[in-house]
Ligand binder design. Structure first.
Ligand SMILES: C[S@@+](CC[C@H](N)C(=O)[O-])C[C@H]1O[C@@H](n2cnc3c(N)ncnc32)[C@H](O)[C@@H]1O
Length: 334
């Protein structure tokens, strides 16, 4: 096992995954990652031999969890890659709906071909690996690595000369092919697949449905942070649309709204009551405040510890060093 590959998920906890794991109580054998995103915490828990339930409302994150957490041995061979890229690009769902919206028409036609070929892979883990790698390729070709950028801006930033003159960077990776990026990451994704001897599970549910479905010793919660860059449906919904070949809907419980977040957290903390320990990530720039969260948690938990971790988020290539304090709330009734 070579380790967690380049997923580059917005709001990921890759750099603090070890600190989060250190907060997991010694008795815990199973961990429920309720808002798994790019699965960095699920992966760290898997690496420590825990049985992991990895859930996210986005289908693309479910594919990542299936590929990297549930999958214990399936990798993509050269033959699989040939099959994924075989054939002639054609006008399908992506071209019909997203040409000159996120990618150039020819690129959408290529995506239509690759999607059809991936759909023909009969092994679900290999299929998930293919989606995970296609995601990586699609993100690499998209300025700012998210799908909330308007086409005019996308085109501008993909103009290498313009980008160089304006920002001092050519960003030539945006103009490399999907296949280039797919193959560039293939080795890392394949080497990230391993078995930890546990029956790990990927889930694709709203958090409340997942709570009904999952029993675990610890729940780790890393919801979108209200008041920050948190529009996950906007960032990545296009990838779900690509997988499902139909337009998907924004999530009903999005944890984005500053005005309702207190009620949403109250409901969430109550529902999390079934787990012996709750570990919650939040940060100092978001709403509610540290004190408000501690107050809400104390309705449901006797012991609450708060750890502070200095964490520089990487947003659009710039580091915001030292400005954010990442909190870890560790709450139980022991
Ligand atoms: C801060 S990110 C998690 C990042 C993750 N810990 C990582 O390291 O990559 C929050 C995640 O919550 C998910 N999410 C938002 N609303 C949800 C809901 N109602 N149920 C389940 N997941 C949800 C988003 O899709 C997003 O992936």
């Amino acid at each position: 096992m070579k380790g967690y590959p380049k997923v580059n998920y917005i709001g990921n906890k890759e750099r603090i995954a070890d600190a989060i794991m250190s907060a997991v109580p010694a008795y815990a054998r199973t961990l429920f990652d309720a808002f798994a995103g790019g699965c960095s915490v699920s992966y760290a828990a898997k690496a420590r031999g825990m049985r992991v339930y990895s859930n996210d409302i986005l289908d693309i994150n479910y594919q990542l969890a299936k590929a990297l957490i549930e999958n214990s041995g399936e990798v993509l061979t050269d033959r699989d890659v040939e099959d994924i890229f075989a054939g002639e690009p054609f006008c399908g769902f992506m071209t019909g709906n997203y040409a000159d919206v996120y990618y150039f028409p020819r690129e959408c036609m290529e995506l239509d071909l690759y999607r059809r070929n991936i759909g023909r892979i009969d092994n679900g883990y290999k299929r998930a690996m293919a989606y995970a790698l296609m995601r990586r390729a699609m993100i690499r070709k998209m300025p700012y690595s998210r799908f909330t950028i308007k086409w005019d801006k996308v085109r501008q930033l993909r103009d290498e000369q313009y980008s160089y003159e304006k920002y001092g960077r050519y960003r030539s990776y945006h103009n490399k092919s999907f296949r280039f990026h797919f193959e560039d990451n293939l080795g890392d994704y394949n080497s990230a697949v391993f078995s930890n001897g546990q029956d790990n599970v990927a889930l694709n549910m709203d958090v409340y449905d997942a709570i009904d479905a999952v029993d675990a010793d610890v729940v780790y919660a890393d919801p979108p942070y209200a008041g920050t860059m948190n529009n996950y449906y906007g960032f990545y919904g296009l990838l779900d649309t690509y997988i499902r070949q139909e337009k998907t809907m924004p999530f009903a419980n999005s944890f984005m709204d500053k005005d309702t977040i207190m009620e949403q957290f109250d409901r969430l903390f109550a529902a999390f009551g079934k787990y012996r320990c709750l570990i919650l990530s939040y940060n100092s720039r978001s709403i509610p405040t540290r004190e408000q969260i501690a107050g809400l948690l104390s309705r449901y938990r006797r012991n609450i510890r708060i750890q502070e971790i200095r964490h520089a988020y990487k947003v659009t290539g710039k580091e915001k060093k030292g400005k954010d304090i990442e909190y870890l709330f560790i709450a139980d009734n022991d």
